[in-house]
Design a protein around this ligand. Sequence first.
Ligand code: GNR
Ligand code: NI
Length: 172
Amino acid sequence: MAIRTIITEPNKLLRQISKPVAVVGSEEQKLMDDMLDTMYDANGIGLAAIQIGVPKRIIVMDISKDENKKEPRYFVNPIIKNKDPLKATYEEGCLSVPNQFAEIDRPSKCEVEYLDYDGKKQLIKADGLLATCIQHEMDHLEGILFIDYLSKLKRSMIIKKLSKLKSNSAEV
Ligand code: GNR
Ligand code: NI
């Protein structure tokens, strides 16, 4: 397992649409292991493959509160089957939009069909933070970031701030 570099805004890769996985093989499992390592290292609760530069429809997640009781979840080729018309508001952040937070409305519940770590088809009903996080991660697969739901002004202020931070650091 390995910790990989998380791509941050502004970066065109984050706008790429990720491609479905044909077969969940050892390469994909290795990727999921690395993604989980990278996510835990960054203290995140979710990570999409594109955030480490891999345009595959793969998500890892762990929303458990107890650090000693890890509950990793893996979603390959996730599809939302059903969205509740009722919305819920959460303060969202993103590892690719560092240190920025905003309240975002999303469907409060959803049903998601996906393949698990072993390539087995699964269907879950999600609510609360799980529902919010799955939708946040699935947006990444479409090249969408939570800041896209903010006003143009707020979004451009955040991107300006982040690009300034980048030019001030040694990052290429
Ligand atoms: O770590 C994360 N926390 C979070 C909080 C509220 C809503 C969504 C998230 S996901 C985020 C990690 C991340 O950027 N995943 O793509
Ligand atoms: Ni994110």
